[in-house]
Design a binder for this molecule. Structure first.
Ligand code: NAD
Length: 267
């Protein structure tokens, strides 16, 4: 079993990282940052996003697992005190765990320079740098609406509990192969009109967003961001590839949602 560890860089994450390597060597795991079978993220959800983008070009050969050194994360459900158990499971090999595969989104960005394709684990957002974003949305090549507002968030099912949730988007179970498009503070009055609610597109549908020419756009992909002054369009859809997480024990998605956002139920 070949592995690598990505950590957040704070004191407790670095300490956990060092202990992980010690125990892994004792259990016969091989450190291989180039070709890991399993990538362990130590920190928070942001660390998992970082790990995902580091290994985005080998998602077919790599699975992820997260240890949280702060509060329970959506992608990080192991605690540092459980390190030995986790490593023992990893050393026991593929029979001791199962892999779950979740959909991600593909974003094709067309600028004056050409087209680039990216993947996102949580979401892609578009915002106007100097004020209102004005953009035409086309679904499956047909004009859908003219959006005016703060921005647009296109999320994966696992990302639906992140930024999307703050925009009142629905939480989608990650077994659904879909992308969700949520509005950020749309302008809706007698002159301007967009749908107002978020929409969910199935696999094999696509949405193109054409910002009005001449706008400076802030585009984010998970924790990454870029400013573009010559953005022509972005196309978003469910990617052909999926992200794999290793599960050494069950932690159903809805339990994760309840524990993260609701906590103990008071009778
Ligand atoms: P950050 O340090 O600002 O952390 C954002 C918070 O989002 C953290 O508490 C993290 O645990 C949580 N988070 C991340 N992914 C999540 C998910 N899939 N489900 C539930 N919670 C999740 O930023 P970061 O660590 O670099 O993470 C970037 C992510 O932050 C973005 O992908 C986006 O989802 C989220 N974000 C949310 C808002 C908002 O809710 N208003 C704004 C910006 C970014």
């Amino acid at each position: 079993m070949k592995y690598n560890v990505v950590n957040r860089g704070d004191e407790i994450s670095v300490r956990t990282n060092n202990r992980f390597h010690e125990l892994a060597a004792e259990c016969g795991l091989t450190l291989d940052p180039e070709h890991p079978d399993i990538v362990v993220s130590i920190g928070g959800d942001g660390t998992m996003l970082h790990a995902f983008h580091l290994y985005a070009d080998r998602l077919d050969q790599t699975s992820f697992v997260g240890i949280h050194t702060g509060h329970l994360g959506f992608y990080a459900d192991w605690k540092p005190m459980e390190l030995e158990t986790l490593i023992r499971h990893m050393a026991a090999g593929a029979e001791s765990f199962r892999t779950v595969k979740y959909p991600i989104i593909e974003i094709q960005i067309v600028t004056g320079q050409g087209m680039e394709t990216y993947l996102a684990l949580n979401e892609c957002t578009l915002k106007g740098v100097e004020g209102t974003l004005v953009a035409e949305l086309r679904i499956n090549d047909e004009r859908f609406e003219m959006f005016r507002g703060d921005g647009i968030c296109i999320s994966t099912p696992t990302g639906s509990t992140g930024y999307n949730r703050s925009l009142n988007g629905a939480i989608l179970h990650p077994s659904l192969e879909a992308v969700q498009i949520a509005e950020m503070a749309s302008l809706n009055n007698r002159v301007y009109r967009s749908l107002g609610s978020s929409i969910v597109l199935p696999k094999h549908h696509h949405c193109d967003i054409y910002p009005k020419k001449g706008q400076k756009i802030l585009l984010t992909l998970d924790h990454l961001n870029m400013q573009l002054s010559d953005l022509v369009s972005i196309r978003c859809m469910v990617a052909d590839r999926k992200v794999s997480f290793v599960r050494f024990r069950p932690f159903p998605f809805w339990n994760r949602v309840r524990e993260s956002f609701i906590g103990d139920i008071v009778e």
